[in-house]
Ligand binder design. Structure first.
Ligand SMILES: [Zn+2]
Length: 79
């Protein structure tokens, strides 16, 4: 089963969370190395979570790499 990081962010926003309440987002996959969010998720994460939001990339074997929304999408689109 695959569930994009976008759904996690949308669920939190629908529950009433605002940008300043997000502290981190984790993306986990059954992959060889830490999995990164897809392009659509990167844009949504940076718009709703802010460019400095910590994103923890991981896999089911315990590999972890921390990054930020800005590092994942350096040329993000802003309105
Ligand atoms: Zn995605």
């Amino acid at each position: 089963m695959q569930l994009c990081g976008t759904y996690g962010v949308f669920s939190a926003v629908a529950a009433g969370y605002t940008r300043d309440q997000f502290t981190a987002l984790a993306v986990i996959g059954d992959t060889d190395g830490p999995i990164a969010p897809c392009g659509t998720c990167r844009q949504v994460i940076i718009e709703l979570g802010g460019s400095e939001l910590t994103i923890r990339l991981g896999n089911l074997n315990g590999a972890i790499r921390d990054t930020t929304a800005r590092e994942q999408l350096p040329d993000a689109f802003y309105l």
